[in-house]
Design a protein around this ligand. Structure first.
Ligand code: BGC
Length: 460
């Protein structure tokens, strides 16, 4: 590839039109829905249990229906974004989000309640990879990390919003409203996405070059998009165009990184805190409901705030340093939590360490494994198989989420909080080694440069 060509792309990449921020913000409504619909159940569950006389198994099904749906849909839907385009698939998820919210909110029976939650899960599974994929392909290299991280920010805001809505309707016990309000962002996403253009990369892949060119002109602050267009075409001409390329030797690192980050994002235990914070605080000896609710809201707020911080760091420091710093911080706070449960059970100190270490742990997750997993899987796979490959990594991540969410209460019950968090500490140590030894840096490179470096073995 001639250097002048590369430098031209790099030049053009520094400038993005304001429109690309509008694009990313609308697409990130998918993230808001992902966060809202996974978080809302924490406050709604008690009331559902009372109305439907849910057994523990029934409760498990209502909670994990979403995780089951998300694992299933991300597993089977990978080729949809490659085949039908990013935009149509996101529109379809908006419709599913709307249906899922309304079915759940109006469910007259446990069966329909679970069905509604599964439909929401189906939407979440697809949206969780389709939105980062779309945003990544619309963004210029210089701030692609931050723009994709907007989706993670929206996830954290969705979680926090769901805690607040739950709190608002707790007195009236109106769980129907808690769930139904999810239909509002779904409608906004559905309407908003109609007005956005299709990804120029997907358009080129489907021989719609002149359309791709006009989209590029809208999302770059320049009329001269020829170099970027040529770069995308050149990268495509190197690709085999078949899902088998996913397992080709030059993509071995990309394969391992997608799977590894997806699994470590979950097995380092984030959702033991996001879904079960009140349970952890209870195990630490806190009895007051208001303290537990407040501390849980604090977790949500720290998550949002530190994700905002990550937006400013991700394209400056890079993905790798953030992963390394984040894993160290997560490991230390988990070790402190495990140590206090083991050594100071029943003490006042345990309550303070319990709250402090969950806050610090979430803060470090929010600048590392939280956003970086979604950013990197949207960067490291070739265009023709990007949707398929991303959905594969995403499905493993949802499966891991399901395993952690199911096993956490059992581990807590059987081995106690100290031993349980010691296990997550060890997994975080493994995650640190993985990020340090295997994950490459992609900051500042165009998606096509990343692909070229993978082919030549130069991506480190
Ligand atoms: C993870 C979710 C998690 C959320 C917390 C996301 O990146 O995939 O499992 O609940 O971050 O912010």
């Amino acid at each position: 590839m001639p250097t002048t060509f590369q430098s031209k792309v790099a030049e053009g990449s520094k400038v993005s039109s304001k429109f690309v921020y509008v694009v990313a913000s609308i697409a990130a409504l998918s993230g808001l829905l992902f966060g809202y619909d996974t978080g809302v159940i924490s406050g709604a569950l008690d009331f559902m249990r009372n109305q439907f006389h849910l057994s523990p198994e029934g409760e498990g099904m209502v909670v994990s229906g979403v995780l089951f749906g998300a694992t299933f849909s991300s597993m089977v839907s990978g080729r949809l974004t490659d085949r039908f385009g990013r935009k149509k698939v996101i529109f379809a998820t908006a419709v599913l989000f709307g249906i899922g919210s309304l079915v759940t909110a109006c469910a007259p029976s446990v069966e329909l309640l679970v069905a509604g939650r599964v439909v929401l899960g189906l939407a979440i599974g697809v949206a969780s990879f389709a939105a980062p994929l779309y945003i990544s392909e619309m963004s210029p290299p210089a701030n692609r990390g931050a723009l994709v991280a907007l989706n993670q920010l929206a996830i954290t805001m969705g979680i926090l919003l769901s805690y607040l809505v739950d709190y608002m309707f707790t007195e009236s016990g109106n769980w129907h409203m808690m769930v139904a309000l999810g239909a509002v962002p779904a409608a906004l996403l559905g309407v908003g996405i109609v007005f956005l253009p299709e990804s120029p990369r997907w358009l080129i892949l489907n021989d719609k070059e002149s359309l791709a060119q006009s989209v590029l002109k809208r999302i770059r602050d320049s009329q001269d998009v020829g170099a970027e267009l040529d770069e995308i075409k050149a990268a495509l001409s190197e690709e085999k165009g078949d899902w088998r390329e996913f397992f080709a030797p030059h993509l071995r690192t990309a394969l391992v990184v997608g799977i590894g980050l997806g699994m470590f994002q979950q097995f380092t235990g984030i959702n033991t805190v996001i879904y079960y914070a009140p349970k952890i605080y209870e195990a630490a000896g806190m009895t007051s409901s208001s303290v537990k609710i407040l501390a849980t809201a604090g977790v949500g707020a720290v998550n949002v705030f530190m994700t905002i911080v990550s937006l400013f760091l991700i394209d400056r420091l890079g993905r790798r340093p953030l992963l390394i710093i984040g894993n160290i911080g997560m490991g230390v706070s988990l070790a402190a939590l495990a140590g206090s449960f083991l050594l100071h059970a029943g003490s006042e100190q345990l309550k303070i360490v319990g709250i402090a270490s969950t806050f610090i742990y979430v803060a470090f997750f929010a600048i590392s494994l939280g956003p970086v997993f979604w950013i990197m899987i949207a960067e490291i796979y070739p265009l023709r198989i990007r949707g398929f490959a991303m959905s594969f990594a995403t499905a493993l991540s949802w499966l891991s989420n399901m395993i952690v969410s199911f096993s956490f209460p059992v581990l807590l019950d059987r081995f106690g909080a100290g031993a349980t968090f010691a296990i997550y500490t060890l997994i975080t140590l493994a995650s640190l080694v993985f990020c340090w030894r295997i994950v490459p840096e992609t900051k500042g490179l165009s998606l096509e440069q990343i692909e070229r470096q993978e082919r030549s073995g130069a991506l480190h």
